[in-house]
Design a protein. Structure first.
Lengths: 115, 114
């Protein structure tokens, strides 16, 4: 059973389109994240949600809108795609305990290419 | 702010060589430290972690010791294999008024040749 899954695995689209990436975790975790990995492998957090509430929102363009329908899902919708959005997007999840740092489990990534 | 600095890659070694990948950090507080590994075409996997000073994390022959005095968490392996070829990320985790997040280094690509 896949712990953190993402769909689609690959996404090729034209500039200006709107697209969504879905993420699901079956680990019973209460916190989920989106990361962006650029072509140089640099990995940076975009958002995190705890129990469907947004807790981290880094300086990401408002064309990116995360949505968490329940604790097991965190989807990422991107409006008006730009060339610079081309990257690998990773979803992750963890169990957040106050005062205890927890390990994050990553999905396999979604490779987005904007033409 | 918090940051992680890793040695620049790529690193190429022969099979059975000794590996060291340097990692130092800057943090306001007492972070937990991690090494993640990313195999080609896959997501990140936790390799090892240490949550306090002098802790040693170990897994699959890899080791790293949390050195508070030098703010370092260097990754070592005594004898690397071709299957260790991957990108390695050092990361720190710090809870700051409920704003917990992982901060990653830039990654070090490791290639092992037979």
């Amino acid at each position: 059973d896949t712990a953190v899954s993402q769909t689609p695995k690959y996404l090729v689209t034209q500039m200006g389109n709107d697209k969504s990436i879905k993420c699901e975790q079956n680990l019973g975790h209460d916190t989920m994240y989106w990361y962006k990995q650029d072509s140089k492998k640099f990995l940076k957090i975009m958002f995190s949600y705890n129990n469907k509430e947004l807790i981290i929102n880094e300086t990401v363009p408002n064309r990116f809108s995360p949505k968490s329908p329940d604790k097991a899902h965190l989807n990422l919708h991107i409006n008006s795609l730009e060339l610079g959005d081309s990257a690998v997007y990773f979803c992750a999840s963890s169990h957040r305990l106050q005062g205890e740092q927890e390990t994050q489990y990553f999905g396999p990534g979604t490779r987005l290419l904007v033409l | 702010g918090n940051s992680v600095t890793q040695m620049e890659g790529p690193v190429t070694l022969s099979e059975e060589a000794f590996l060291t990948i340097n990692c130092t950090y800057t943090a306001t507080g007492y972070p937990s430290l991690f090494w993640y590994v990313q195999y080609p075409g896959e997501g990140l996997q936790l390799l090892l972690k240490a949550t306090k000073a002098d802790d040693k994390g170990s897994n699959k022959g890899f080791e790293a010791t949390y050195r508070k005095e030098t703010t370092s968490f260097h990754l070592e392996k005594g004898s690397v294999q071709v299957s260790d070829s991957a990108v390695y990320f050092c990361a720190l985790y710090l809870s700051n008024f409920g704003n917990e997040k992982l901060t990653f280094g830039t990654g070090t690509r490791l290639t092992i040749i037979p």
